[in-house]
Design a protein around this ligand. Sequence first.
Ligand code: 16G
Length: 165
Amino acid sequence: DWNQNTVKFTPDVSPSSPGEGLVLRPLCTVDFNRGLFDLLSQLTKVGEVTTEQFLKKFEHMKQTGDYYIVVIEDTKLEQIIGSATLLIEHKFIHSCAKRGRIEEVIVRDECRGKQLGKLLIAVLTLLSKKLNCYKTTLECLPKNTAFYEKFGFKVGEDVYMQNRF
Ligand code: 16G
């Protein structure tokens, strides 16, 4: 069962059928030309990135084997309308455990309200469990905590600190 959360999906929405004309799949290099960066710019500053830079970074991420980037494509428009990343961090603690980090969760503004964000998080949460992560974490705005709580995320004791350069 792919949905192990208390989150309910309308019956027609699942990873194998995310919606009419939509597919959920791993990121691939052609997505650079399918609006990936335009989508990411709805989350934060993406800066200028050339095809070469993108391909080099993509290859690096792939080589590590620790990046799981899931996208949702509108196949008619050939545009990426949603994306989320699961990064596996390796530890010595907890018997050489793995920790999951969910990053860059974004759904195109005009495509919201179709349970796509929920789908991305359900899939990555399950994946991190299957990969035996002892915990999976993410950073989000206070207004979004209720959304993530549905998947078992809790606001912990730790505060999120950052040193920006
Ligand atoms: C959000 C994202 C985080 C991303 C950051 C970018 C989620 C759950 N969190 O916190 O992954 O790295 O925004 O913001 O999607 P920044 O440009 O200020 O680092």
